[in-house]
Design a protein around this ligand. Structure first.
Ligand code: BJW
Ligand code: ZN
Length: 255
């Protein structure tokens, strides 16, 4: 597949002072991690309120714990794809050019960090770490296929049930991460929204905040989303193909 990007877009990207990027599950799809809301996504098979909420966890802790253990099995086996690695190259290039680059992700899979991205803002936590659902102390359980537990381990301090360090529905996002993301959205000149359906708030509000503050809003997604109609540029393609093509075109133009 070949992509043609307008000279105007490439020039705007090359001259940008500050680039902010929001990613969602779609950027990891080509690595083999299921998205949530696609036809084959997790929410086609499971009910979000039963698996991704504190109520669901308290009603059936073993089921929720086993679901996260199964997802950890998948994440342990996959590798970052060309979409992730292009964002590392973009960060390197921005930093060499004295531009600001901020990567904000809703993903819990840590594939951005595995690819080499630095200072990633995690809005929805991560699936690797764990903490006590009662006293909130971190717990050092680390998943492995051999030790996968069928029920949540217990807190060594208070005996409470251990939960994954992700953000469930109805829970606050980590305040410093959210503030940093909102600041980047308000001050960037280019805002990319990549592989997210933009259905879940407050993350879904970031592209619109950026656009209101004057940024050019670029969406990369093979499908239409809740915010496609607000995009200044819509790149309707998988991120593992579109991002390397876009970055290569930028580099060719700036050479
Ligand atoms: C490709 C591709 C390829 C495919 N290349 N692309 C304001 C208005 C309305 C509601 C609310 C609001 N503020 C808060 C709420 C409530 C709620 C919410 O937003 N609900 C909506 C669903 C209506 N938000 C919350 O509860 C948040 N907390 C909060 O706001 O606290 C304050 C508060 C509390 C109580 C009341 C009011 C305020 C917390 C949200 C936590 C979300 N958690 C999850 C689970 C994390 C743990 C886990 O992984 O198990 O986070 S839900 C799930 O959705 C996960 C994701 O990070 C998140 C977003 O999904 P994402 O990444 O967009 O994935 P998909 O599947 O939806 O989309 C994939 C996209 O990829 C698609 O578009 C494809 O086309 C595309 N794609 N292949 C590029 N190759
Ligand atoms: Zn505890």
């Amino acid at each position: 597949m070949s992509y043609i990007f307008s000279d105007n877009l490439l020039q705007t990207l090359i001259e940008a002072r500050s680039i902010a990027v929001l990613t969602g599950a779609g950027i990891s799809a080509e690595s083999g991690v299921a998205t949530f809301r696609d036809p084959n996504g997790l929410w086609a098979k499971f009910r979000p309120e039963e698996l991704a909420s504190m109520d669901g966890f308290l009603k059936n802790p073993n089921r929720v714990w086993e679901w996260y253990e199964a997802r950890r099995d998948v994440i342990d086996r996959v590798q970052p794809n060309a979409g992730h690695t292009t964002l590392v190259q973009m960060q390197d290039w921005c930093e060499q050019q004295g531009k600001r680059f901020t990567l904000i992700t809703q993903n819990v899979d840590r594939l951005h960090q595995q690819a080499g991205s630095r200072d990633v803002i995690e809005l929805h936590g991560n699936i690797i770490e764990n903490y006590c659902s009662r006293c909130t102390k971190p717990h050092d359980y680390r998943h492995s296929a051999e030790t996968a537990a069928k029920e949540p381990p217990r807190c060594t301090y208070c005996g409470g049930m251990i939960r994954p360090a992700v953000v469930w529905f109805g829970e606050m996002l980590p305040p410093l991460a959210l503030e940093a993301a909102q600041e980047a959205a308000r001050t960037c000149t280019i805002f990319f929204s990549i592989g997210t359906s933009a259905e879940v708030y407050p993350a879904a509000g970031l592209p619109i905040e950026a656009k209101r503050a004057g940024a050019l809003f670029i969406e990369v997604n093979p499908n239409e989303t809740a915010i496609t109609r607000f995009a200044d540029v819509s790149i309707s393609a998988p991120s593992g193909e579109a991002l390397p093509a876009l970055f290569a075109a930028m580099m060719a133009k700036s050479a």
